[in-house]
Design a protein around this ligand. Structure first.
Ligand code: NAI
Ligand code: MG
Length: 358
């Protein structure tokens, strides 16, 4: 029986529309192969929405996202809107979307394609075969904890304050997401904290250890964040799935991603308790190359694969997309950002056509 899904497309700004157009073509072909029917609805976000409606996240867009099965977002932002006050800027649309959909789990894979191994700044033998998933808590921790602000002390000096806080339920839900993901991968989960110094981390460690009892098939380990940062560079292959809080996850997910060396290849997913997830490339709107058919669409295409795997539970269709990406690289096709000697340089559209052919 044909499965039917409603997908909200948010092309946004800069290279967004170019890379999303390629991805939609790929999804249509995948849909035919796997008996999946995608009903696409396009909506406005970011600068494109500001130009049309005056707001970076129109109510209609949020409504459209809430009523669908998954949101495929490209990128937002650009020089044009740089002078607007912070609450009216394109980025505010993205934050509003995450908050509006209650997305508390951010998934950031760092997977090395063997064909692109030379893009890494690390030695081949260190990064070959790296396949890590960083699960970052996205709506709690020090970015949101109270009290926060800049206060004046009794002596008239100013004091800046942020608070790292997690409740048990916040820890439990992100831990469960991470264990479930580890189960779909290689059954290894490393929880990263700073339990030797921080009370909030002690609670984090307690709860993750407790939740682990429900996942006897997943091997749990704990690392302090400073050691985790070192291990990621020293011996990244020891990691499968990593779970950590908002601040540590922000830093470690970027560090892990750069093991691969190519921004144009990195997808991400953000998930909530129920309702649709948002699937988007890690990179921004690349205004420097927008409208020139130079963008690498593969991060967006791989985000669609994450949508199929983690948002729609269609792992075979996800695998098929990832295999196509690998094959196109194997055949030597490269956009400018991942170009190297003796390879065939292609534009965004042609990269898309190659994906459909393999
Ligand atoms: P960026 O990721 O847009 O670009 C950084 C560099 O990487 C540029 O040289 C760009 O040409 C290149 N690049 C990025 N994606 C590429 C792709 N798919 N193919 C080929 N080359 C690619 O980051 P930048 O320049 O800091 O920000 C540009 C705009 O994007 C800003 O307005 C920023 O706020 C926004 N931004 C949006 C994000 C999002 O929508 N999630 C994330 C990061 C930035
Ligand atoms: Mg970051």
């Amino acid at each position: 029986m044909t499965q039917q899904y409603r997908i909200t497309l948010l092309p946004g700004d800069g290279i967004g529309p170019e890379i999303l157009a390629v991805t939609v073509e790929v999804l249509k072909v995948i849909g035919k192969q796997f008996e999946i029917q995608f009903d696409f609805q396009e909506a406005l976000i970011g600068g494109a929405a500001i130009d049309e409606t005056g707001e970076p996240l129109p109510e209609e867009t949020l409504k459209c996202c809430r009523s669908c099965d998954a949101v495929l977002l490209a990128a937002i932002g650009g020089y044009k809107w740089d002078d607007l006050p912070r609450h009216q800027r394109p980025e505010t649309g993205l934050l509003g979307l995450r908050a509006g959909l209650g997305l508390f789990a951010n998934l950031r894979p760092a997977t090395i394609f063997p064909q692109l191994i030379d893009a890494s700044t690390l030695k081949r033998e260190v990064v070959e075969g790296v396949d890590i998933m960083v699960v970052r808590e996205l709506t709690g921790g020090i970015y949101f904890g109270l009290p926060k602000g800049i206060f004046e002390t009794e002596t008239g000096e100013r004091r800046g304050v942020n608070t790292m806080a997690y409740t048990e339920s916040e820890i439990d839900r992100i831990a469960k997401v991470a264990f479930e993901i580890a189960r779909k991968r290689r059954n290894k989960l490393c929880s990263v904290d700073k339990a030797n110094v921080l009370d909030v981390s002690q609670l984090w460690r307690d709860r993750v250890t407790k939740i682990a009892q429900d996942y006897p098939d997943v091997e749990l380990s704990h690392l302090y964040v400073d050691n985790a940062a070192m291990q990621l560079i020293r011996a990244p292959k020891q990691f499968d799935t990593i779970v950590t809080g908002n601040l540590f996850g922000d830093i470690l997910s970027d560090e892990a991603a750069m093991l691969t060396g190519s921004i144009g290849m990195l997808p991400s997913a953000s998930l909530g308790a129920d309702g649709p997830g948002v699937f988007e490339p890690v990179h921004g709107s690349a205004p420097d190359i927008a409208g020139q058919d130079k963008a690498n669409p593969l991060a967006q295409v791989l985000s669609a694969a994450m949508m199929l795997r983690y948002g729609l539970n269609q792992p075979q269709a996800a695998n098929k997309i990832e295999e196509s990406v690998s094959q196109v690289l194997e055949l030597g096709y490269r956009t400018g950002d991942i170009m190297s000697a003796r390879m065939q340089q292609v534009g965004c559209r042609q990269m898309g056509e190659m994906l459909l052919k393999v």
